[in-house]
Design a protein around this ligand. Structure first.
Ligand SMILES: Cc1cc2nc3c(=O)[nH]c(=O)nc-3n(C[C@H](O)[C@H](O)[C@H](O)COP(=O)(O)O)c2cc1C
Length: 200
């Protein structure tokens, strides 16, 4: 079983990175193979709304004319059995580097010119996903009042994954070199096991 984590934080060693490490460690303990990808390290161009990728009918994602690393990244995601999607909250939503990646997922929609709205291609939902999100604001306030988690759940759906759990870390901006609370680690481990298919 292969699990791929996509990190939308700018900070290596930050709250999202450390939390995802814990999720992946538990998944590895349960027998999974894991890989971490920092979106900031990838060459991903902006979607230019040329809509080339949305003109092609069928279940397979459309082909983007941009010459960058996005197609290889999507191939790796499609080949995985589970994904972790992590982003801090910046200005009440995902980080810009995460949003740049998300906009490129329009290739999972069929939207020929002349049609007012896209139709999501029918992907088999055969993967599991865990969402990891963080904010300076307390979780109780920020999670229900913003679109951060809902957006990451939509992304998981587009990538053919069912969300098995969400790890939300509030009050996450206090330290330059963060240390995870014990409770966060425990919840991360539980989610890592769920991601690897260990029954609760
Ligand atoms: C540009 C910027 C915008 C931010 N906007 C918000 C915000 O709208 N709400 C909030 O609660 N925290 C906000 N934060 C705090 C981050 O969410 C917090 O530092 C982050 O979750 C920590 O994760 P990291 O260590 O992986 O970077 C912002 C931080 C930055 C740098």
């Amino acid at each position: 079983m292969k699990i791929l984590a996509l990190i939308g934080s700018y900070r290596k060693g930050g709250v999202i990175d450390l939390s995802i490490d814990e999720v992946l460690a538990a998944a590895r303990d349960a027998g999974a193979e894991t890989e971490k990808i920092y979106l900031i390290d990838k060459h991903i161009e902006f979607c230019t709304n040329c809509r080339t990728c949305t003109q092609q009918a069928g279940e397979r994602r459309g082909t983007c004319p941009q010459n960058d690393e996005m197609a290889a990244l999507l191939d790796a995601i499609e080949a995985s059995d589970g994904i972790v999607l992590g982003s801090p909250m910046n200005f009440w939503t995902v980080t810009a580097v995460t949003k740049r990646f998300i906009e490129r997922l329009v290739c999972f929609a069929y939207w020929p010119w002349g049609k007012p709205a896209p139709k999501t291609r029918k992907l088999q939902k055969d993967k599991r996903a865990v969402i990891v999100a963080s904010s300076a604001a307390p979780a109780l306030l920020a999670r229900p009042l913003t679109k951060l988690v809902r957006l990451l759940k939509e992304v998981a759906g587009l990538l053919g994954a069912n969300v098995v759990g969400v790890l939300y870390i509030g009050l996450a901006a206090g330290e330059q070199h963060p240390v995870l609370r014990k409770r966060t680690k425990r919840r991360a481990h539980r989610l890592g096991r769920a991601l690897a298919g260990v029954p609760r």
